[in-house]
Design a protein around this ligand. Structure first.
Ligand SMILES: Cc1ncc(COP(=O)(O)O)c(C=O)c1O
Ligand SMILES: N[C@@H](Cc1ccc(O)cc1)C(=O)O
Length: 461
């Protein structure tokens, strides 16, 4: 007899509360995107119909999480909710010590300041904007050691987040292990298109780093999604619960930064997790300078309770299957329509290949930024540029970095949109794709110093 799990994915929940969204007219969208300087980060959310800007902090919380919010112990020190959170992290992730932070970058700031010295090199499986910036602000240089396949949107490698062990070992030999404070390993690599690292590769990275006595710091923002892909694709893990895969991944690393706004199903929060007691003490002392006391680190008690519950829900088999299933659904639909997307489809979003969709635009004409603006104009769908604008400038030469990947991310919030929304998104992408030859590029009008994609303004060429 067929089990429901052998059938199509479906949401393992029903909807109890709804938030109306509105559709504004094409003329109103034209005005809105112009006022936003053609930057989707600068749109007001009331002008957006389907918001696929990010999966960060945009999840729908469960009734249990909301009930947990009512149990907030808003004591300045020693909140009960902190201990619940600590227990959940120890149980599901296995790290020994935790320092809560307001969100992921608070943890990235601390680990970078604590571990990186001027002139150090930090190898990682592709850069992430905030992670790399904090490494640079601490005096380090990020070095990409991901496999080459990750930079090719059409390559179907099942584990595009794998580390190229030769690149990593060459770097260690060239710079010396003492110049490498840690290796930065992300699960479900965001900038590569939500691509997983395999357990086998992670084990090999562990062996290599053990040989040179270099720690691994894990960006575990989307670890459950990565674990789900391991279950789907890696031999020997077919029958292992996602929960166990998550723990095994964490056990191969020495500490982690977490933006809990993604996998862990909360609207705000994060933490730094560490096994090393001495480093933990330093982080515990540092958090009081930048975030808040070491038992809340920028989160309210109720936020910590929602997070403790969210962690439990995030590793549930039915949840993760439906979460990734919805992303795959949209991706497959776009593939069937012939739209160039990053393959394989990732875990948190579908990434449109703007270079291929708008081949008549050079990277200086900002194809991904342009495509994101066009998508908004077509149907009020908000997406995010992940190309030359996101890659910023080389801090030494001041020149633009020109990444191979020039993408537009359609990021799916967790438990928020329906299959019908996905259908509308696909129809709109197809409509824009049909008109692609008429689309003209953008130029910078204003560019801030840090993380320019958030606040830059653009003008039509
Ligand atoms: C992979 C990854 N790491 C780190 C961060 C930083 O987290 P936050 O936005 O919570 O500061 C994000 C999102 O920003 C992310 O996607
Ligand atoms: N981490 C979130 C928010 C964010 C977006 C873009 C960034 O470059 C940095 C942070 C995301 O990936 O959506």
């Amino acid at each position: 007899m067929a089990d429901n799990r052998d059938r199509s994915w479906a949401e393992p929940y029903k909807i109890k509360m709804v938030e109306p969204v509105q559709m504004i007219s094409r003329e109103e969208r034209e005005r809105a995107i112009e006022e936003a300087g053609y930057n989707t980060f600068l749109l007001r959310s009331r002008d957006v119909y389907i918001d696929l800007l990010t999966d960060s902090g945009t999840s729908a919380m469960s009734d249990r999480q909301w009930a947990g919010m009512m149990m907030g112990d808003e004591a300045y020190a020693g909140s009960e909710n902190f201990y619940h959170l600590e227990e959940a992290i120890q149980k599901y992730y296995g790290y020994e010590h935790i320092v809560p932070t307001h969100q992921g970058r608070g943890a990235e700031h601390m680990i970078s300041q604590l571990m990186i010295d001027e002139g150090d090199f930090v190898p990682g499986n592709m850069y992430f904007t905030t992670t790399k910036l904090h490494q640079e602000l601490a005096g380090g240089t990020f070095v990409d050691v991901i496999i080459d396949e990750a930079h090719d949107p059409e390559n179907e490698h099942p584990f595009k987040a794998n580390v190229d062990l030769n690149k990593l070992e060459d770097l260690i030999k060239e710079k010396g292990a003492e110049k490498i404070p840690y290796v930065s390993i992300a699960t479900s690599v965001n900038m590569a298109g939500g691509q997983p690292i395999s357990m086998d590769n992670l084990k090999k990275v562990r062996e290599l780093t053990n040989k040179y006595d270099i720690p691994i710091i894990h960006d575990m923002t989307r670890v459950a999604e990565n674990a789900y892909f391991i279950k789907q694709r890696e031999e020997g893990y077919e029958d292992t619960p996602v929960k166990e895969i998550v723990r095994e991944i964490c056990s191969l690393t020495d500490g982690a930064t977490m933006s809990a706004k993604k996998d862990a199903l909360v609207n705000i929060g994060g933490f730094l997790a560490l096994d090393d007691e001495e480093l933990f003490k330093k982080a515990q002392n540092m958090v009081v300078v930048y975030e808040g006391l070491h038992t809340y680190g920028g989160m309210a008690g109720r936020d910590m309770e929602a997070l403790a519950i969210g962690i439990t829900e995030s590793v549930d088999e039915d949840h993760i299957r439906a979460r990734v299933g919805q992303v795959q659904y949209l991706g497959e639909k776009l593939i069937d329509m012939g739209v160039p997307v990053v393959r394989p489809i990732g875990s948190h979003g579908v990434f449109l290949n703007a270079k291929k969709i708008l081949p008549h635009l050079s990277q200086d004409e900002l194809p991904a930024q342009t495509l994101a603006a066009e998508l908004y104009l077509d149907a009020g769908i908000r997406s995010m540029e992940r190309g030359v604008v996101s890659a910023g400038r080389n801090p030494e030469t001041g020149e633009h970095n020109y990444p191979d990947l020039e993408l537009v991310r359609l990021t799916i919030p967790r438990r928020v949109y329906t299959q019908a929304h996905m259908d509308v998104v696909a129809e709109s992408v197809e409509a824009v794709y049909q008109q692609r030859e008429d689309i003209t590029g953008l130029a910078f009008d204003y560019e801030p110093e840090y993380l320019r994609f958030f606040q830059s303004r653009f003008k039509k060429r």
